[in-house]
Ligand binder design. Structure first.
Ligand code: IPM
Ligand code: MG
Length: 367
């Protein structure tokens, strides 16, 4: 029997409760499809700071190096909010783990099921049939990591801060290749987002994307859009986009915009894929829900487990090559929503159920 080896990093807030559901889903799926799971649990984020003095403890990193994928929960919360920005759990855990495993590609599906279209802040006629787009964000380059990155005091006593936006051709090529693969499995359309009217990095970005699509798959319908226009077009008509391809900071902003127009953060999964192959010769990856730690409802059994469960489905697909099994999980979530069951975040004031009941409903619908 096949054994799936991954670490679970539940983190803070609702992370542990929704992680439990995702593991139950995987265990049940394993009995139906003939695999078992071997996991180990490790601290990350605020709980890492509390237990080890570090948001990303060395022991957590070491455990992740031994496995084929990371199933991540969420990090941060009010308890750690007053730490200096560099030590905040989100930044001090996520940025180094992305760098450590060179997780250069962040896939954020923007999905809104038609049954939940009322949750979107967009006009009903715009989203009546739901939303289905994919944001592909470069994750280890650009202004997040470029050097110099510093704050210094000038001779006149004034402070000056610098962040540097840098891209190399090879960094743009590898994310474009991934976007091409993703688009080929979808409608074959890529809209590359940049600010080529102002930024040097964007001029290189655009040229490289054009060359790369020409070289790898000229059948892709490629378009380009300035980021300010893209922000506007996303609220005007999100379904005009099949795959949105963009650099790190633009992707950070646009993927949150996409998330809110999809109605609930509790429904959105993400995958961050690395340059390394795992022991199955598939991409090593980190899989995490898009929503945060929801400290207001943490520990109350009210959180929506769907995003964590859907993140586990992405892990099955990309890091374990289990497409049929991933589909089974995604369909079970879809059918649970179709059946009318809702957690508080998606109930719009109507009756709602807790984390456990929602989880059980998903498990009951696995095929
Ligand atoms: C995200 C987050 C992170 C980012 C923060 C917490 C560092 O906003 O994953 O989108 O900016 O990448
Ligand atoms: Mg963000």
């Amino acid at each position: 029997m096949k054994t799936l080896r991954f670490t679970t990093l539940p983190g803070d807030g609702i992370g542990p409760e929704v992680m439990d559901i995702a593991l139950e889903v995987l265990k049940k799926l394993g009995t139906l499809h003939g695999f078992s799971i071997e996991t180990s649990n490790h601290d990350v984020g605020g709980i890492g700071i509390d237990n080890h003095g570090q948001a990303l403890p060395e022991s957590t990193l070491a455990a992740c190096r031994e496995v084929d994928a990371i199933l991540f929960g969420s990090v941060g919360g009010p308890k750690w909010e007053n730490l200096p920005p560099k030590e905040q759990p989100e930044r001090a855990a996520l940025l180094p783990i992305r760098k450590a495993f060179e997780l250069f590609a962040n896939l954020r599906p923007g999905n809104l099921y038609p049954e939940l279209s009322d949750l979107s802040p967009l006009r009903p006629d715009t989203v009546a049939n739901g939303i289905d787009t994919l944001c592909v964000r470069e994750l280890t380059g650009g202004i997040y990591f470029g050097q110099p990155k510093e704050t210094k005091t000038l001779e006149n006593g004034e402070k000056q801060a610098i962040d540097t936006m840098v891209y190399r051709t090879s960094e743009i090529e590898r994310i474009t290749e991934l976007a091409i693969t993703a688009a080929t499995l979808r409608e074959g359309r890529i809209c590359s987002v940049d600010k080529a009217n102002v930024l040097e990095t964007s001029v290189l970005w655009r040229d490289t994307v054009i060359n790369c699509v020409q070289k790898h798959n000229p059948d892709i319908e490629l378009s380009h859009m300035y980021v300010d226009n893209a922000a506007m077009q996303l609220v005007r008509d999100p379904n005009q986009f099949d795959v949105l391809l963009t650099e790190n900071m633009f992707g950070d902003i646009l993927s949150d915009e996409l998330a809110v127009i999809c109605g609930s953060l509790g429904m959105l999964a993400s995958a961050s894929l690395g340059t390394q192959k795992n022991s199955l010769n598939l991409p090593f990856g980190l899989y995490e829900p898009a929503g945060g730690t929801a400290p207001d409802i943490a520990g109350k059994g009210l959180a929506n487990p769907c995003a964590q469960v859907l993140s586990a489905a992405l892990m099955l697909r990309y890091s374990f090559g289990l497409e049929k099994e991933a589909n089974s999980v995604e369909n079970a979530v879809k059918e649970t929503i179709r059946s009318g069951l809702r957690t508080g975040d998606i109930a719009q004031g109507a009756d709602s159920v807790g984390t456990a009941e929602m989880g059980q409903a998903i498990i009951d619908r696995l095929k």
